[in-house]
Write a protein that binds this ligand. Sequence first.
Ligand code: GLC
Length: 738
Amino acid sequence: MELNKLKNLMDSMTLEEKIGQLVQLSGEFFDADDMAVGPKQKLGISQETIDLCGSVLNVVGAKKVVQIQKSYLEKSRHKIPLLFMADIIYGYKTIYPIPLALGCSWNPQMVKQCNRFTSREASAAGAHVTFAPMVDLVRDPRWGRCMESTGEDPYLNGVFAKAMVEGFQGTFEPKESIASCVKHFAAYGAGEGGREYNTVDMSKRRLFQDYLPGYQRAVEAGCEMVMTSFNTVDGIPSSANENLLRNILRDEWNFDGVVIADYAAIQELIAHGVAEDDAQAASLAMKAGVDIDMKTPCYSNHLKDLISDGKLQEDLVDQSVWRILKLKNKLGLFEDPFRGASEENEAKNLCNATHMQMSRQAARESMVLLQNENQVLPIEAGKKIALLGPYANSQDLIGLWAVHGDRNQVISLKTAFEEEKDRNEFAWTRGCEVLDDYSVLGDFGFYQNSEKALTKEEKLEEVKKAIELAKWADVVVFALGEHLLQSGEAGSRTQLNIPDNQMDFLDQILPYVKQSVVLLFNGRPLVLTDLAKKVDAMMECWFPGSQGGHAIVDLLFHKANPSGRLTMSFPYTTGQIPIYYNSYNTGRPMATSIHSNRFMSRYLDAPNEAFYPFGFGLSYHNCEYSKLSLSNTVMQPKQTIQVTVEVTNISDVRGEEVVQLYIRDLVGSVVRPIKELKGFQKITLDPKESKQVIFELNEKMLEFYTADMSYQAEEGKFEVYIGKDSTTQNKEIFVLRK
Ligand code: GLC
């Protein structure tokens, strides 16, 4: 619709109709089975609010969406279609690896393609907007929502944010694209103590330097919506934070899209203590620039009175309505309120072979080989394999936020092994539960634990059977991990271990094991320090999605070569947290301090380094880096320096290598990280093959928030590193002259 017509439409709307556009309700208000993803609460809204509401939360499925849209439009005076929004984070029915895993692929182009396929499925099912990508930087693995993030590095998060937005939105062609909503703005990943929904408080410098870049890259990539976060930023909850939502997001970043509050976040301004009641909460949020109220009665029950009492300008409501109508218009909803949603399109797209193959490839590239003692992996053909553990035959491989995922289509490990191995070479048993006590997990609406609980006797039987299988097998593959409800939203933990009951099980079996491999299923970095000493090989599988079983077996039998590299540090112990590679040197660094070995920045009972560092991962091949050289050791303004390195695959197997480029600004007007990722290239090398890898280094890559918060590069000495992970010492020096 032409914008002038859209404007005329808006001008003809009553205040009640306009306020209705600012309200989002979940499925139960539309007689749809409610895909509950948040706390249930009584809303206290009128039927008129339901009849006028502008968008729907987490109702998808062509038949249901078409039915709701039809009956809604029949009652709608202006025939303004509903906007259907959903949590389609890493797949719709075809589920890809969790974003923390996708980040470990270091393959943004592939991740973009995953999202293209997801948009095709989701739009066939009637979704218009997805609440993704989540780009919250996270340096604290106690926080359960690590699993939704791509990790601890601002630059890498930004690269993936761009790729994910472009993947979802494409060029907005119907049936192929949905609008993306970047979240959670801002700095939700910095909750104190890693505790969910906890206070965030940091310097403006850290906020801008480290935590905002991911959202900014998403806005630059054209994402249509931004979701506020539950937390405070500088003492003010995001949903009432004018500085965040107007000064930064709209004025500095020129964002002209829609801002939606996270689930009930407007009403939670009362609990935060910045609003006395729903009316004040509504006023604060509208003034701050929140356009849509997700699932609270604040806007619907109070905006009209606030305006008539002169406490709120109607123009603010008009601005919000206009942004929402423009988004509906951009999606083509006025011309086609169903936007191609149909059961026929669903049948053609959902979980089709192309998407499933993409999911398998993404899972292969996302897994990280952490340890491979005695070269136990890849497993040689003909070896007898026992698969033991609670993830042996689980379909929880899709992780928690696969809200709409098709669990029945998940390829379990057992299924994949049985396809690969003869019956006389493979056996499995569950061995033990994921947890001894599930009550701590609470309930998460749609998720129901599908595995039948083992009785005491059955547990004893399982151990006996597992011991027999271990004795029989040449190689024992343990499939262990967190329960999927131990990560994701409201999944914060203070101990980051594999559950004790699983470790007890492992200890009972290991004495009978010849060669051991542990496959890990988890949504965050874990403390693996003890486990690593007990077993030969360990592979981080994360929650690998619909094709998880196939991808793992592909890697175990060398149909593919592990290439994943960590994007979050794994600590030796939780006491080190927060731990991240791009930290500051301090005045007493252990490596170079002039003080005796006590008076240095260190712990008495643990190292400073990560157990597995950012950028780390093993492969079946091995590469050497040599001949690091710079085209110039002085960078003049506007000039680039070519950084060249030779990478040689010294093994006899083909593989992919993630060549990583870091810099260090040796002296700045403020302290600078000991390393900062500034580029990477994922290359493929045949056996014995060497490749020259070239990076272009320019002044823009050296910019940061200086002492006066101006964003620029400062002249002086820099180190440039190229290596296989963030611990590389392979460096050269150059000088920036301005
Ligand atoms: C949840 C999450 C958010 C999600 C929203 C809608 O509480 O914080 O990520 O998109 O509510 O389900």
